[in-house]
Write a protein that binds this ligand. Sequence first.
Ligand code: G6P
Length: 491
Amino acid sequence: MASPLILVSNRGPVTFQPGGEVKRGTGGLVTALIGLATHRDVTWIASAMTPEDADTASRHGGRAFPVRAPGGGEYMVKLVASDPQAYERFYNITANPMLWFIQHYLWDLSNAPDIRRNETEAFEFGYNVVNEDLARAVLEEIEGLEHPVVMSHDYHLYTLPALVRQARPDAFLHHFVHIPWSQSDSWRVLPSMIREELYHGILANDIIGFHTRHYRSNFLQCCDDLLGLEVDYGRGAVQLEDREVWVRHYPLPIDARAVQEVARRERTLAFEEELLRRRREFMILRVDRADLSKNVLRGFNAFDLFLEQHPEFRERVSFIAQLMPSRTDVPEYTEYLERIEAVVAVVNHRHGSPDWMPIQLKLRDDLEEAVAAYKHYDVLMVNAMFDGMNLVAKEGPMVNERAGVSILSENTGAHEELGEYALSVNPFDIQELSDSIHAALTMPLAERRERLEGLRRVITSRDPGDWIDEQLGDIAGKDGLTRGVVQAREA
Ligand code: G6P
């Protein structure tokens, strides 16, 4: 009989809120794994991130419980509560900002980070503890299973694979990294002991997957430069003493039908009506987590410059920015939100009029509201400094009804696939971004349509089922064993 695929990630598909409300987890990882969970028989192990998550976990006696997928179907979720102090160090010091900032080149190195006991102890008594807790949950779940397959996800779980490997050498371990893999010198910020533990942790996997060819080659280069390992760049393999690790890239597709389904919901239509009532001639849109990597400030500064250089567009265009507050216990993130609000105030003051507010800032996480705006943008701005994939760049064009143009940073993973049909920008070049806004707003309809169709063709050429099949195909190819889970076909 086929055994379920074991997924493990820090953030799970649902978070339980005070008062019993159940919220869908945010971010690209959750979107990807929900896609996976609806295509395969999975058990998804994740951290309990709120006290209500921890209560729910204990109400289920720490065992997996069923969760309904938004598009129908059910999958099993097991939430793991760690010691709150350990979790706080894991999430707010080591994973964010430390690793996230390294992998997105966000550290301003002449100022930060300082590595002190606070940081090294957060790794030892925070990051490692949460990885141990989740590894234990994985081991419980695969007990008694022959040749299990465990897929772990992202930068929160680099040390977990080594723990699972040690206890279950027969398990097939696969890791997908949803964020960029940065070049080797960026990793030298970390004390060498921590760096080595992280790399040995992730190299305990059989296969490591990334969104792009570029991250894959950065990872191989890091193994070569930082660890002196033997690397085969052509085949994408790292040679360890007793085994070989495959390093692959699998660009994440979106579930286009799921986005179209959200576009038809009652609540989305209500937002749409409101939006259309208030809209100006043109709308520029961005939808992001309020994360430093998303480059929100330069986006607004480019809009400011555009209005200054093209006064004929005043009063005719609004910039809607829907930003979901994120990681608000990390000081860098709260400070970033404050800077965003300050820049918006300046731009609105400089250009606005009594009945026109150039930038509308919506600091909330609302999928239907975002999708309503996707339908009506003229320009979609995705100008991240660095971004693993960026799913907004794929979701927006699928439901847009105005032949909207995508402005896309060349440092997003999505650019490897969509660059040809978008207006590519260097995210640091504010003049170029401002010129692209102008180019997009003055582009002939025929070209806009052609570009949008091109984007849709690429976006729909693969779906989440393909993404999983490519990975399972490689698992079967590398493994040589016929694991039940690999044979299981989509229900
Ligand atoms: C990115 C990361 C995910 C993370 C998500 C949301 O997509 O790759 O691992 O879950 O951001 O961030 P959060 O800290 O809220 O989980």
